[in-house]
Structures are given as structure tokens and as C-alpha cells.
Ligand binder design. Structure first.
Ligand SMILES: [Zn+2]
Length: 262
């Protein structure tokens, strides 16, 4: 287990406990790489770093919980301000997403993500913007300019994705997660790429129930490139019409990519 430096550990604690909502002590201790018994100490350090207003006998953990919307996960200070509808850290510039954004999906709930955490790790723009920085942390450049990069990504996605594309990406990443495919990053990226292009078309054609096409597309991609997941296809819901559409869509995309063919 790699030992994290303390500032990183406090960031990790904040992330696990207050962004991901992990309350299980064992899981928290494991996530930090420390003994369960020392968690209290870390919450105290975090509370002091954040400098939460003290309210009576509340624990440091509870104090941070109360104020978490105003804490920047990078700076670990209460530097988050509401600018328009966005939460922004005025110290490092990190954008933390819309204030009170409703993440609920208008599609049928069969595969809908149950929390914003279900939104795709590998699907870039579908990531709630307060989680973009977590992905950036994994990049080879690490923490360099992380606030700036997170901000840039959020701006790009906010401005480029149409409502249907956004919904499809959110929906698609929920599907991947529910079917156990979310760790298949290459597959997820190819899926997301198709959803983006197809979403624009479905929107322009005003085709109803676009999530059915997300199911059909996933079914076809599994057949093409992830046959070990063949059995999860039974959980996908699409009909012959949607299936035929996707077959042609995939062929059209090949042609558009300049592939010669049959
Ligand atoms: Zn900050």
C-alpha cells in the first residue's frame, strides 16, 4: 500500500466521506490506508484544515458534513462561492458544478443510475463536474494545474453537449455500470463516442425514446467487441427496428471513417 502524504490523505478523506458519501469505517480506513482507530484523528485534522465554524458539541466530521458544499476539495478550505448557478472555488478556480443540479433522469428507471457516482468514470462529459478533478488526478501530469484543467473540461462539456447527447451519455454510463462494464475503458470510450454522434442525429430527427437506441447500440457493440459479456445482453431492451437502425448506424460510421467495403 502506498503511503499518502498528509495533505493528500485529507483530500482523499474529504473525497471518500463527503463527495462519495462513504460512511463505513472499514471502507474509509482502507481507502486512506490507515487503521480504523485513527480515523477520528484524521477527521479532526480535516476539520481544522477546513476551519469549519464550531457548533457546540458536534464532531469535526459532522461539522464538515454541514459545510461540505462550501469546501473546495482541492484547497480543503471554505472557499467555494456561488457564481450565478455554479459553485466555484475562488481560491483555485475549480468549478464544482451547478448548485442544486437535479441529476435525475427522465428515462424509465430500469437501469437509471441511483446516484451521481454511477455516472461514467470513462465517459468524460457525463461526469458531474465536481468529479472531473478525481479523474484528472489519475493523469500522468498529476496535480499540475488541476483546477484550471477541470474548469476547462467543464466549460467544453457545458457548451458542446446537446440535451439529448447529455442524457444519452448519462444514461449509457449508468447502463455500463449496472451491467458491470464500466471498468472496460476502451469499450466505454467507443460506446460514448457512438452515443455522442448518434445523440445528435436522434435529436435532429426528434426520435422518441432515445434510450432504447442506447440499449441496442450496447447490444451490438458487445457482439462486436466484448463477447464475454454476451449474457448481459438479455437485460437490454430493444426491438428489431432499433436493432436494424444500429446495424446501419455502425455501417454508416465505418463508411464515414473512410473504410472501403462490401
Ligand atoms: Zn480550491
Amino acid at each position: 500500500m502506498t503511503l499518502l502524504k498528509e495533505p493528500d490523505q485529507l483530500q482523499r478523506l474529504f473525497q471518500l466521506r463527503f463527495i462519495e458519501g462513504v460512511t463505513d469505517r472499514e471502507a474509509l480506513a482502507r481507502g486512506l490506508g490507515v487503521q480504523k482507530g485513527s480515523l477520528k484523528k484524521y477527521f479532526r485534522r480535516l476539520g481544522r484544515k477546513v476551519d469549519v465554524p464550531h457548533r457546540g458539541t458536534l464532531s469535526y466530521e459532522a461539522q464538515v458534513e454541514k459545510n461540505k458544499d462550501f469546501v473546495c476539495p482541492e484547497c480543503l478550505e471554505m472557499t467555494v462561492k456561488i457564481v450565478g448557478v455554479m459553485r466555484v472555488c475562488h481560491k483555485c478556480g475549480l468549478e464544482l458544478g451547478r448548485w442544486e443540479l437535479d441529476q435525475s433522469l427522465p428515462f424509465d428507471s430500469t437501469y437509471a443510475p441511483t446516484s451521481s457516482m454511477a455516472l461514467g468514470r470513462s465517459l468524460g462529459g457525463t461526469l458531474p463536474s465536481n468529479q472531473v478533478y478525481r479523474v484528472l488526478m489519475k493523469s500522468p501530469t498529476g496535480r499540475t494545474d488541476i483546477g484550471l484543467r477541470a474548469r476547462y473540461i467543464n466549460i467544453v462539456h457545458e457548451s458542446n453537449e446537446t440535451p439529448t447527447v447529455k442524457k444519452l451519455l448519462e444514461y449509457g454510463s449508468g447502463l455500463l455500470k449496472n451491467l458491470g462494464l464500466e471498468e472496460r475503458h476502451v469499450f466505454a470510450n467507443i460506446y460514448a463516442d457512438h452515443l455522442r454522434k448518434m445523440g445528435v442525429y436522434l435529436e435532429a430527427k426528434r426520435i422518441g425514446r432515445p434510450h432504447r437506441y442506447a440499449h441496442a447500440l450496447l447490444g451490438h457493440l458487445i457482439t462486436d467487441m466484448a463477447t464475454e459479456y454476451e449474457e448481459v445482453k438479455a437485460q437490454l431492451r430493444y426491438d428489431d427496428h432499433e436493432s436494424a437502425f444500429i446495424k446501419l448506424w455502425l455501417r454508416l460510421d465505418e463508411l464515414a471513417n473512410g473504410e472501403k467495403g462490401a
